[in-house]
Ligand binder design. Structure first.
Ligand code: FEO
Length: 403
């Protein structure tokens, strides 16, 4: 059965939702599913903007057959060819062999690398600033390299102000009928998955997102709709989401608050983390979030690190090193280029506590533009009452640094 929705009077969402996939990119849990968005424009020419993951290709085809009826598909615009969007390109070409494919040079190169047989078809290579008319609708193509792959572009429909934004402004989470961000309580129910998507998938490329935002800034008053490849479409309060993207891509925290990530083998480091959280709350800092790195997927820790201004790492020493799961968390922060955070450290070790020095070295040597507070708390096996003054001093240092 077809499953489509109007975006505007002649533009349709023809994508699909997936609740079966457990791990996006085979690494990030998506308990609320994901949507693969594609859009069909019925102008004098018919135009499909992007395709979908192979797992939901059947739904895309049913949607297209329903809307096209006897009409041919004239153009296929590929803004982003990564297989979660591009995997169905060949199937489209098989069913509509006359379709003309519009994309970037690098995108066609990648299609060939992936083994897509595109060269028997008419390919139209476009670059930054090129324009095209489909009848009533005129579009401009805008390069968006590294948002999220180097071949990516976005397409702006200058006739009705629709921005096909590729991976930018996307979110984890299946739509389940609700296409528009204003049909859900985005700030309550979606923002965490939107942040987790952006920071884990494209977080490394903040400067490239900034470049795209700068280009969008020049035509901000003309953008009426943002149509991403995942998650809801934006037609109201665009500034809310653009502001989030701006903060995330500049690596600026959204909120003054404290993430306490602990690595604990027998519960003693965990108890110390809880004691610190309690002291902070008693001092009036209640935006405090405590996570066990061993049972929290790192994508959530990354997302919280982008949200909050302060990060406390509390780790046992393991094989004379940082607890491996904590080390993995730090490696993700490095890979995703997080900056401008204030760290505080708690270490534990029954005979040779090393994790504090090693975490400090990692932050100073491997991360950029970070501050590490000097009041490290060092535990020998467990936090005992004789350390109460040091705990107090660590909590005070965090409060003070929050200004
Ligand atoms: Fe949703 Fe970069 O692909």
């Amino acid at each position: 059965m077809y499953c489509v929705r109007n975006v505007t009077e002649d533009l349709y969402w023809v994508g699909a939702n997936d609740h079966r996939l457990h791990l996006f990119e085979n690494i990030h849990p998506i308990p609320r599913g994901v949507s693969y968005n594609a859009y069909l424009l019925l102008d004098e020419k018919t135009v499909l903007f992007d395709t979908v993951d192979w797992s939901v290709c059947r739904q895309l085809l049913e949607n297209l057959e329903h809307l096209l009826g006897e009409r041919p598909l004239d153009y296929l615009v590929i803004n982003h060819m990564e297989p979660d969007h591009g995997a169905s390109i060949e199937e489209i070409l098989l069913r509509w062999p006359e379709v003309k494919v519009i994309s970037t040079e690098k995108s066609f190169l990648f299609m060939r690398q992936f083994g897509f047989h595109v060269d028997d078809h008419e390919l139209i290579e476009v670059k930054e600033g090129d324009t095209f008319s489909f009848g009533k609708h005129n579009v401009t193509f805008v390069a968006a390299p590294m948002v999220h792959w180097p071949e990516a572009m976005v397409t702006f429909d200058t006739t009705n102000g629709v921005l096909f934004s590729a991976d930018a402004f996307g979110s984890f989470g299946a739509l389940d009928g609700k296409l528009f961000a204003d049909e859900v309580n985005f700030d309550r129910d979606w923002i965490d998955d939107a942040r987790r998507y952006l920071t884990n998938i494209v977080g490394k490329y903040g400067p490239h997102i900034q470049l795209l935002l700068k280009k969008a800034g020049g035509i901000l008053d003309q953008i009426k709709y943002i149509c991403p490849l995942h998650g809801p479409v934006w037609r109201k309060d665009l500034g809310y989401f653009i502001d989030k993207y701006d903060k995330w891509s500049r690596y600026e925290p959204e909120e003054q608050g404290v993430l306490i990530a602990y690595a604990s083998m027998y519960g003693n480091t965990e108890a110390a983390a809880q004691a610190l959280a309690t002291r902070l709350c008693e001092k009036g800092i209640t935006n405090v979030w405590v996570y066990d790195v061993s049972n929290t997927h790192v994508s959530y820790l990354v997302s919280e690190s982008f949200r909050l201004s302060h990060i406390v790492l509390a780790s046992v020493t393991y094989n004379l090193g940082i607890y491996p799961v904590m080390h993995d968390f730090l490696a993700h922060l490095k890979g995703l280029n997080l900056q401008h955070r204030t760290f505080a450290l708690m270490e534990n070790g029954s005979w040779a506590p090393k994790s504090g020095d090693l975490m400090q070295k990692f932050i100073e040597d491997e991360l950029k533009n970070m501050t590490v507070l000097g009041d490290r708390l060092s535990l020998a096996s467990a936090l005992r009452p004789d350390k109460a003054a040091e705990l107090e001093s660590l909590a005070d240092a965090i409060v003070e640094s929050m200004g």
